[in-house]
Design a binder for this molecule. Structure first.
Ligand code: HSE
Length: 436
């Protein structure tokens, strides 16, 4: 059996998971790859007590791994986009295949990395970069390669999903749940990456690039986090039959591609609404297959290791095959990727949940609904709460049908100018998915 020498860079949560699962399941992994997979060198700043490193060459300089002539495949699990980029490019220049779990690296530098790999006949595999243990990259790129993808909707950040699930089921405040997520180790080193939607945007860009054959780019992607979300909106949404999820949405339309990450109401009866806690899920709608849902753990040592090792098996198998028949990193070769117009959020069509505070007196609602009608917006549902004693303002919640965001903005501006309306009109986008 051919020996494939792996150089593992990073021995943190994911790195130790990869090391231990490779050791535990080695006979199956070898049989499946028809190679002997050997961790020949580990580059890490410090040992990890969960890993038995006695039989392994350990270096404190990860570049030793990328420069080691005996290494066939470099597995990058250090995170970040600066040193990791140098490491990956060094490995490629030295003729090594690369496996990474680093979504920021692929989203920011994927084009440069893939073209370097393509020009050298090398593989860069990144299954673990999106949705941890869910094999969504392979599903989209290979399993669904006979389809035209219409849209995909993903819960692709476990931290925000955990926070929203807690706000929903226990009525907790955002900041209180965030601290718990950090304590439990779900959050990124910088939690703004999670709660401001940056981590999800990185993952969405990767999925959209595969789905629509567009170059990897974060430019123009609409990104909103969950920091402004109030428990009352979670409760009102529930009352209307919806859950609020932090959704990454990519849709192919005739006018161009929509790419956006933001809090979204989804019908409670949709499967994705039942995805709670740190779990991830990606719903894909495609012309031949219809709608599919991929669900599972989006982070964690062994779930992420599961995806990294699937890439190890793939790379090992491909090393024994003709390079011309390899599946390219994004499902097609770089020269076949086509720029498409990225729709401005103003031109995107969704439903809307709106909440505002209005005087409880005759004519107030008819003024509001007239404004909505003038803007061509159709109302799906409306709730008005009885005001507490001594309070003359009431909360009004309206759910709209699908409309262009610029029409909603015009209506919101006019509603805010009404004397009978206090403060600003809050809104959250709604995706009816295939439930409407
Ligand atoms: N911080 C990420 C999340 C980890 O919460 O999903 C996995 O990318």
């Amino acid at each position: 059996m051919r020996v494939v020498n792996i150089g593992l860079c990073g021995l943190g949560t994911v790195g130790s998971g990869v090391f231990n699962v490779l050791a535990r399941n080695s006979s199956d992994i070898n049989a499946r790859s028809n190679c002997q997979i050997k961790v020949a060198q580990v580059g890490c700043r410090r040992d990890n007590s969960s890993c038995d490193l006695t039989a392994v060459d350990v270096t404190r300089d990860i570049f030793d791994v990328a420069n080691n002539p005996d290494i066939d495949v470099v597995v990058e699990l250090i995170g970040g986009t600066t040193v990791a980029f140098d490491l990956v490019m060094t490995a490629l220049k030295n003729g090594k295949h690369v496996i990474t779990a680093n979504k920021a690296l692929i989203a920011d530098h994927g084009s440069a990395i893939f073209s370097e790999a393509e020009s050298r006949g090398l593989i860069v595999a990144y299954e673990a970069a999106v949705a941890g243990g869910i094999p969504i990259v392979k599903a989209l790129r290979e399993g669904l390669s006979g389809n035209r993808i219409n849209w995909l909707a993903g819960i692709i950040n476990g931290t925000t999903n955990f926070i929203l699930s807690e706000m929903d089921s226990k009525g907790r405040e955002f900041s209180d749940v965030l601290s718990e997520a950090q304590e439990k180790g779900y959050a990124e080193a910088d939690p703004t990456f999670d709660v401001e939607g940056i981590d999800a945007a990185h993952k969405l860009v990767i999925l959209a690039s595969i789905a629509f054959g567009i170059p990897l780019s974060l430019d123009g992607i609409f990104t909103a986090g969950i920091t402004q979300l109030e428990p009352q909106d979670v409760a009102y949404a529930r009352e209307l039959g919806y859950s609020i999820k932090h959704l990454g949405m990519a849709r192919q339309t005739e006018a161009g591609v929509e790419l956006r990450v933001h809090p979204t109401l989804v019908p409670e009866r949709s499967l994705i609404a039942g995805v709670n806690g740190v779990s991830n899920a990606v719903m894909v709608n495609a012309d031949a297959v219809g709608t599919t849902l991929f669900y599972g753990p989006g982070a964690g040592a062994e779930p992420t290791a599961s995806s990294v090792i699937a890439d190890v098996v793939d790379v090992a198998r491909l090393m024994n095959s003709n390079a011309d028949s390899w599946v390219p990193a994004l499902g097609r070769i770089s020269s076949e990727l086509k720029e498409q117009t990225l729709l401005n959020i103003q031109d995107v069509e969704t439903g809307f949940y709106i909440r505002f505070s209005a005087l409880d007196q005759p004519g107030v609602l008819s003024n509001v609904t007239k404004i909505m009608g003038d803007a061509g917006i159709s109302i799906e549902a409306i709730i008005q709460r009885e005001q507490p004693a001594g309070e003359s303002y009431v909360n009004v919640i309206i759910l709209t049908n699908v409309t262009k965001e610029k029409c909603l903005d015009e209506a919101v501006e006019r509603i805010e100018l009404l004397d009978t309306v206090r403060g600003q009109v809050n809104f959250i986008r709604v995706e009816y998915l295939d439930q409407h």
